[in-house]
Unconditional design. Structure first.
Length: 272
């Protein structure tokens, strides 16, 4: 194990208190950082060149044998390492069953102007998503479908919420994400000739009957209210997913997966 790492066992240590605070948005934003917990998530952050500031580890919680190599890689990349006691790590972890690894990473801010689009853009736009777990799952879906980027409009939940990072399994680091207002995004898409497809139960056209080839943005609404009147009015084509049984709506993450992969089917294989 890394014997040069600073060791912390006291639950009253200022670093322990700060890590607990970083679960909340205001302290995260004030510090310009966020938490990344878990081997897989930290591994993906390092693979994508994220400059982790600090890595906290507790060998008593480790689940495998690869953790020392990951810690060495993080140190080489510039992270400060801190070894925690079992109790101290339990206090800072937000997982019910932690795996003994927690990193602090810098927040980033991308704008629409920063986005690199492919020759035939394929984007996912989500509006006012409320649940961090849904947003994380949506990011995974966009990554699996080969989307160029995810544009998060008027978010209710914070992109850097620990449960977004967790539910995305670290995909947050590999899918370009932009947070912007709906009007700005709609105008930006229109300028670039990117068609918008909006899912709504009121639509006449089935999602599978729509032409989802060419420059495309799939637009999904919030869990509780669906898409706003703004997007329903501005979308180039409203589509619906057929429902059987008693349910009148699908979980937004499920609806996103269904719609994205119909587009993937029509467009051919996602980019490797």
């Amino acid at each position: 194990m890394d014997h040069t790492a600073e060791k912390i066992s006291s639950l009253q240590n200022p670093r322990i208190k700060q890590l607990v605070k970083l679960r909340d948005r205001r302290p995260r934003d004030e510090a310009g950082v966020f938490l990344v917990e878990g081997y897989r998530e930290i591994r993906r952050a390092l693979e994508k060149g994220i400059a982790l500031e600090e890595v906290y580890f507790a060998p008593e919680w480790f689940l495998g044998e690869n953790e020392p190599a990951l810690l060495a890689e993080a140190r080489t990349a510039g992270a400060r390492l801190f070894e925690l006691s079992r109790e101290a790590f339990a206090k800072v972890a937000y997982r019910e069953r932690p795996d003994g690894l927690l990193a602090v990473a810098p927040q980033w801010k991308r704008t629409l102007a920063d986005m690199a689009l492919s020759a035939t853009p394929f984007l996912l736009v989500v509006e006012s998503i409320e649940k961090p777990g849904n947003l994380g799952t949506i990011l995974r879906s966009a990554d699996a479908a080969g989307c160029d980027a995810v544009i998060v409009c008027d978010p209710v939940t914070d992109l850097f919420n620990p449960n977004v990072v967790r539910a995305s399994t670290g995909v947050l680091f590999s899918v370009p994400c932009v947070v912007a207002g709906s009007e700005e995004v709609q105008g930006w898409l229109k300028e670039r000739g990117i068609r918008t497809i909006a899912t709504t139960p009121a639509a006449q056209v089935l999602y599978s009957d729509a032409d989802l080839r060419g420059p495309l943005a799939v637009v999904m609404g919030s869990e509780q209210y669906g898409l706003s009147e703004f997007w329903l009015a501005k979308a180039d084509l409203p589509v619906r997913i057929p429902m059987a049984g008693q349910a009148d709506s699908l979980n937004v993450a499920m609806a996103t997966i269904i719609t994205l992969f119909e587009a993937v089917r029509q467009r051919g294989q996602p980019r490797a």
